[in-house]
Design a protein around this ligand. Structure first.
Ligand code: NAD
Length: 343
């Protein structure tokens, strides 16, 4: 019999977790024959809410869900975990400056990085979702030096899914007919959604470059990019709450691909490489992106390990956009690192 894997979700009393926990527990992420111990962490004031979530999970009567642990303590939460999905973070409140947000979250992710270092398996895979996701991920990784950097990533799959859906809807095909969209950089409004290498399977079955099928460079270089960059804000404006259902779906996509690998979808031609976007550690050798930031790149995943896709051509316009989002991340790193060691 397959033994349980131990999966931690932080911010477990929040709205993303409410859409996410059920999908994990019913086998959508780690497979239909993988039993799960689900560990849920939130902060002390959310303890009662967390108890309610535990009751609901129990009431779902899910056969793969063997054990549920709800806690507010790091030693219990991070103990021997195989996967950490770090959703909980300090939200940006009205009037809060970006530097204050970076400061508050630097402290949280410093603490969680240290907890990973002390209690988690060294093979743990860590996905950071809580914003500012790239920089929070960097801090957690810095504070867990014995866990390899390749075990840390941040979520930009929601941005990729948004971009893919925009293209599919423009052309009138299903979302799975669009592949190889890239999100470069930060999960913020400076991100660069790039479709220059993306492909599409048209309704008559041909696989063609997206720019050729869309045939509207003004839209691709203007409204399309802006829509994806500002989609999170548009959802907040409409819902008065940030994206949760779509974020949970993207988390499942990201972790499933990381766990099982991403294979070429038949709907998008049979020839690879087929990639997905993940915020991962930049070692300074790929696409001229500075070393020591978590930057979203196109990656291929095999055997649980991602590799950045190399050799894609970068035009002048892309270069400028890729550098701009890298600069923002370097600035965030500097601001956040002022607050490390103070907790
Ligand atoms: P939410 O406010 O509904 O829930 C957040 C939960 O985290 C709350 O229950 C809160 O108590 C908890 N929390 C706060 N600090 C914590 C800590 N130190 N340890 C454990 N739990 C803690 O928010 P949400 O809508 O679920 O969003 C969570 C985060 O995800 C936010 O930072 C949001 O900006 C971010 N987000 C990221 C993406 C992405 O694509 N990367 C997309 C959507 C949302």
């Amino acid at each position: 019999m397959t033994s349980d894997i131990r999966v931690l979700v932080t911010g477990a009393a929040g709205q993303i977790a409410y859409s996410l926990l059920h999908s994990i527990a019913k086998g959508d992420v780690f497979g239909k024959d993988q039993p799960i111990t689900l560990v849920m962490l939130d902060i002390e004031p959310m303890k009662v809410v967390l108890e309610g979530v535990v009751m609901e999970l129990q009431d779902c009567a899910l056969p793969l869900l063997r054990t549920v642990i709800a806690t507010t303590k790091y030693n219990e939460a991070f103990d021997a975990i195989d996967v950490a999905i770090l959703v909980g973070a300090m939200p940006r409140r009205e009037g809060m400056e970006r530097k204050d947000l970076l400061k508050a979250n630097a402290k949280i992710f410093e603490g969680q990085g240290k907890a990973l270092e002390e209690y988690a398996k060294k093979s743990v895979k860590v996905l950071v979702v809580g914003n500012p996701a790239n920089t929070n991920c960097l801090i957690a990784s810095k504070c867990a030096p014995s866990i390899p950097k390749k075990n840390f990533s941040c979520l930009t799959r929601l941005d990729q899914n948004r971009a893919q859906a925009q293209i599919a809807s423009r052309v009138g095909v299903s979302c799975d007919s669009v592949c190889n969209v890239i999100i470069w950089g930060n999960h913020s409004s400076t991100q660069y959604p790039d479709v220059r290498h993306a492909k599409i399977r048209t309704s008559d079955g041909k696989v063609l470059p997206v720019p050729q099928v869309v045939n509207d460079d003004a839209w691709l270089n203007g409204a399309f990019i802006e829509t994806v960059q500002k989609r999170g804000a548009a959802v907040i404006a409409a819902r008065k709450l940030s994206s949760a259902m779509s974020a949970a779906k993207a988390i499942c996509d990201h972790v499933r691909d990381w766990w099982f690998g991403n294979s070429v979808p038949s709907s998008c031609g049979d020839s690879g490489p087929f990639w997905t976007s993940m915020g991962v550690y930049s070692d300074g050798t790929k696409y001229g992106i500075p070393e020591g930031i978590i930057y979203s790149f196109p990656v291929v995943i095999k055997g649980g390990e991602w590799q950045i896709v190399e050799g894609l051509s970068i035009d002048d316009r892309s270069r400028t956009l890729m550098d701009k989002t890298a600069e923002e991340l370097v600035g965030e790193r500097e601001e956040a690192s002022k607050h490390l060691g103070s907790s």
